[in-house]
Design a protein around this ligand. Structure first.
Ligand code: COA
Length: 156
């Protein structure tokens, strides 16, 4: 059987942004029941105009199946913030989430950030731990879902 090609790219157009939002809609709005007005925000506009975030899109055999975004803190000495990491349910457990994270880490490093901070849904803490993230502080609720703050310092 022919193996499918997974490609991750930085989003540069409104059309690619729409592909990423279709993945997030399926995962966060439909599967996790996050309200649309919380899920989609000012960082999700036309990439030519929004300079507060970098989004990545993962396509499997040219079909959008995964995404994630990096929020850019103006102060490069602060950690950049990763969020909205999503892989369609039918494609989980194949290493695609790891590749999305690698692309986001690359973008953060290239911009000179020392590391990443993120709010992990509790069920995903193990996923981030596999990538070297360390949990901090108490569990808190966001959009009705339990989260914990986690950090990764790039080092070297
Ligand atoms: N708990 C513990 N370990 C996990 C895990 C979980 N929920 N999900 C994946 N892992 C492990 C894998 O076993 C794999 O381990 P390995 O290093 O031994 O191979 C590693 O993490 C990478 O897994 P991968 O296959 O790349 O993850 P994925 O493509 O299934 O994506 C999520 C993981 C969390 C992005 C995906 O489950 C998802 O989209 N969930 C719904 C949306 C969501 O909750 N996003 C996170 C918001 S904070």
């Amino acid at each position: 059987m022919k193996s499918l090609a997974f490609e991750v790219k930085v989003i540069r157009s409104v059309a690619e942004m729409a592909e990423a939002l279709s993945v997030r809609r399926r995962v966060f709005i439909e599967e996790q029941a996050v309200p649309e007005e919380i899920e989609i925000d000012e960082h999700d506009g036309d990439p030519a105009e929004v300079d507060t975030a970098v989004h990545v899109l993962g396509r499997l055999d040219r079909v959008a199946v995964a995404t994630g975004r990096l929020l850019l803190d103006e102060d490069r000495e602060h950690l950049a913030h990763v969020g909205r990491v999503a892989v369609l349910a039918e494609h989980r457990g194949k290493g695609l989430g790891r590749e999305i994270m690698a692309a986001l880490h690359r973008e953060a490093r290239e911009r000179g950030y020392p590391g990443i901070v993120l709010s992990a849904q509790l069920h995903a803490v193990g996923f981030y731990e596999r990538l070297g993230y360390v949990g901090h502080g108490d569990v808190f609720l966001e959009a009705g879902i339990e989260h914990r703050e986690m950090e990764l310092l790039f080092g070297g």
